[in-house]
Design a protein. Structure first.
Length: 450
């Protein structure tokens, strides 16, 4: 089976690495000819770190960045990520290009082919078209961003609207770093967010209600400095910029993530405000959900309807992320002093309630997000000192329990335990039950035995 992935961002690279590791022939087509370190994403949340841990990459990535266990959203609103039931109770601040480097290395090491400087121009039954070149494919995955050529070739609508215009984006050097690592605040007419890259540069998002400009308008360091000073009370000694740009933030989602043999993932399927830093994370979790299902088809054991479950599971998650990030950005943009004071007072009070704090931290981090028939499997210590997410590195289901029927060795990793639990390759629980129910459960989730 041949799969073509369009887009060599984090979503496409994780998907390609998983497919190649499963023995699937995969080609990645990327329009860019080189790498860029001027990327918008810089936060890796706990659930994404678990996804990377299941691929042996999390610890290496954590070493590249800064750990933040508490988020200060507004003056009195704090989200404590330390309450998360995860090996990674924090958000990791590291540039997107560090994520891409690890995922690209893994994909190439597993045998994926990555072709750069290739512009996709259309789709034809069983093929991706790129100018005069044709790439045959049994399945195509569009992971090519908000301006997806795959989505356009499908004629797929992308309904939604612009939420915030004229956002300033800058990479700068600061004389004085923020005390809280991350700094964020709004004052009605101005908003600013500051985060470290870890190499002496800082990422700034800023917005000025009083000076709305088109995306093409030039941006100066003085303008970013002035808005940051208004929003945060200091410009941190901002003194140098390597990148300045404007962009607008949309909220959009395709009606369906699948059309026949073509799938959409990441920003090609959904875009939303940068509030909460959930964009790249949601795309990576799209890829983790889809990859093992495509591999199951290629290996010949996929149960009926498995590929359809990609849309039924991930589309609602995309909707949730649109709502949560949209809610955060609207709270940040409140205009009147009274409404902002009410936001800070009520938000601060609510988040002092442990159950509310856990839910907020779980939603932002992804730890609290599961599927109706498949809740998240926490990392646990298993027999002989192994961890659940270490066993998931094989790219197969993990079955804990006293025994396992023969004929599933190619699809299962078994760990001795008192309780039967079947965990999917993406770290969600497929089934729990008794030994008498096990043969039926395995047939339903893994097909008949060899």
């Amino acid at each position: 089976m041949k799969t073509v992935v369009v887009g060599a961002g984090p979503t496409g690279l994780l998907l390609a690495g998983d497919l190649a590791a499963a023995g699937v022939e995969v080609t990645v087509l990327e329009r860019r000819t080189g790498e860029s370190n001027l990327t918008r994403a810089f936060g890796v949340h706990a659930r994404t770190l678990e996804v990377l841990d299941a691929r042996g990459l999390a610890d290496e990535l954590v070493a590249t960045g800064t750990v933040v266990s508490r988020l200060r959203l507004f003056n009195r609103v704090r989200v404590d990520l330390g309450v998360l039931p995860s090996r990674f109770p924090y958000v990791l601040i590291t540039p997107q290009y560090n994520v891409e480097k690890l995922l690209e290395r893994r994909a190439l090491d597993r045998g994926a082919r990555i072709l750069r400087g290739v512009t996709v121009t259309g789709l034809r039954d069983g093929a991706v078209l790129a100018g005069e070149e044709t790439y045959e494919a049994d399945f195509v995955v569009g992971a090519d961003g908000v301006h997806s050529a795959v989505r356009e070739a499908l004629g797929m609508p992308f309904p939604g609207k612009a939420v915030l215009r004229s956002i300033m984006l800058a990479d700068v050097r600061l004389t004085d770093a923020p005390v809280d690592v991350l700094a964020v605040n709004s004052v009605g007419d101005a908003f600013a967010f500051v985060a470290p890259f870890g190499d002496g540069w800082f990422r700034i998002f800023a917005w000025d209600r009083l000076a709305q400009q088109p995306d093409t308008a030039p941006l100066t360091l003085d303008e970013v400095r002035a808005v940051t000073l208004r929003a945060l009370g200091t410009d941190f000694g901002m003194r140098e910029a390597r990148f300045l740009s404007r962009f607008h933030s949309d909220e959009r989602q395709v009606p369906a993530y699948r059309k026949g043999s073509v799938f959409l993932a990441g920003d090609a399927a959904h875009v939303h405000s940068p509030a909460g830093g959930q964009g790249m994370n949601t795309g990576l979790q799209d890829a983790a959900n889809l990859s093992w299902k495509l591999a199951a088809v290629a290996q010949g054991w996929a149960p009926a309807g498995l590929l359809d479950s990609y849309d039924s599971e991930r589309h609602p998650v995309g909707e949730l992320v649109l709502r949560s990030s949209g809610g955060l950005i609207r709270l940040a943009m409140l205009h009147s002093r009274a409404s902002r004071a009410g936001r800070d007072l009520l938000g601060g009070a609510l988040l002092r309630v442990p159950a509310v704090m856990r839910r907020a931290a779980g939603t932002v981090s992804g730890i609290g997000i599961g599927y109706p028939d498949a809740p998240r499997q926490p990392d646990v210590l298993l027999s002989q000192g192994s961890r659940m997410y270490e066993l998931l590195r094989a790219g197969r289901h993990v079955l804990t329990g006293p025994s396992v029927p023969a004929g599933y060795e190619d699809r299962l990793v078994h760990a001795a335990a008192d309780r039967f639990v079947l965990v999917r390759p993406d770290g969600y629980i497929a089934w729990t039950g008794t030994e008498g129910e096990l043969p039926v459960a395995l047939r339903r989730h893994l097909g008949p035995p060899r």
